[in-house]
Design a protein around this ligand. Structure first.
Ligand code: BQF
Length: 290
């Protein structure tokens, strides 16, 4: 079994980006500038957004964190987004999800200028992605493609099973891996809560991508020998022995499944760090496109 080491791979990518930023600066060009908006004080969201700001610093990007109160109205948030849309010093921005109940996420995503939508969540960008046109690929699926590429895992002609149909992971990765592209040309099956006899399907898979949010969901008796496993799950559970009081649990029963897998991502240190690295890649791309 080979570990798909997202921690190391993402560090390699950050180093590559840092070199490109140095080049930009040498040529008297501005460093990429990412803005992150966070609404309210959800603990996990704060951790994620801080990780993104820290990663920006590390590669030499400008970054700005905009913290807004949880009571902010949808219209006020849209006004803030419009200011960022029109600010020529900002290359890209993200609105950290999830948002408070009273704000409609769809309306917020649609307010973002697609050219600054480095999360790649705007319908225009999802449409472009689906048509295999140049765009911002959502960071988590982008990170999965990059991880498979760097470990030289063949996807062409392979049987890929995706578990979970979210807009952010399951749906886009199933579209991407079926496309005619470098890491692609797979035969993809997208499974979800209405899927009948999931183990029968997963046992046929060469590659399984699990993005469900159910800790330890995928068990050894659901997979075949030699399978490639990508675990996107990251459920935070309290752990008083940890200095940050939390541990992360994946959707895959790693102890069991790693015995049968040829390649497998760990949690933490698998897809998570790749997500952050690919957000940086999209921000660099947004800057270069201008
Ligand atoms: C790691 C996210 C659910 C909902 C909204 C490194 C991250 C996670 C894990 C991280 C995630 C998950 C992010 C690890 C960003 C990934 O070492 O395993 C980094 O920061 N992520 C997010 O911004 O919003 C989410 C998951």
């Amino acid at each position: 079994m080979v570990l798909l080491d997202g921690k190391k791979t993402s560090a390699d990518i950050r180093k590559e980006i840092a070199l490109e930023v140095e080049e930009l600066k040498k040529n008297n060009k501005k460093a990429p500038h990412l803005v992150a908006i966070i609404v309210g004080n959800n603990g996990a969201s704060i951790t994620y957004v801080n990780a993104k700001v820290k990663a920006c610093k590390e590669v030499g990007f400008e970054s700005t964190l905009i913290e807004l109160p949880k009571e902010i109205s949808e219209q006020e948030l849209i006004n803030k987004i419009n200011t960022l849309n029109n600010d020529k010093f900002i290359d890209g921005f993200i609105v950290q999800l999830p948002l408070p109940e009273h704000i409609n996420e769809e309306n917020i995503i649609m307010a973002i200028n697609p050219d600054k939508d480095v999360d790649g969540f705007h319908p225009t960008n999802i449409g472009k992605m689906t048509l295999n046109l140049p765009t911002f690929i959502p960071a988590t699926p982008f990170g999965i493609l990059e991880l498979l590429e760097r470990y030289k895992i063949e996807t062409s002609g392979k049987n890929v099973i995706v578990i979970g149909r979210s807009n952010i992971v399951g749906t886009p990765i199933s579209i991407l891996l079926g496309q005619k592209r470098n890491v692609g040309n797979a035969t993809v099956t997208l499974t979800h809560s209405r899927t009948v006899d999931l183990p029968k399907i997963t046992k046929q898979a060469d590659i399984i991508i699990v993005a469900l949010g159910v800790p330890n969901f995928l068990k050894a008796d659901m997979v075949k020998e030699g399978v490639v496993i990508v675990d996107v799950g990251i459920t935070r559970v309290e752990d008083t022995s940890k200095k940050n009081r939390f541990k992360l649990i994946g959707d895959v029963d790693f102890k069991e499944v790693s015995q049968k897998a040829s390649y497998i991502t760990p949690v933490p240190g698998g897809v998570g760090p790749m997500t952050i690295a690919m957000l940086l890649k999209n921000t660099l791309l947004a800057c270069k496109r201008k």
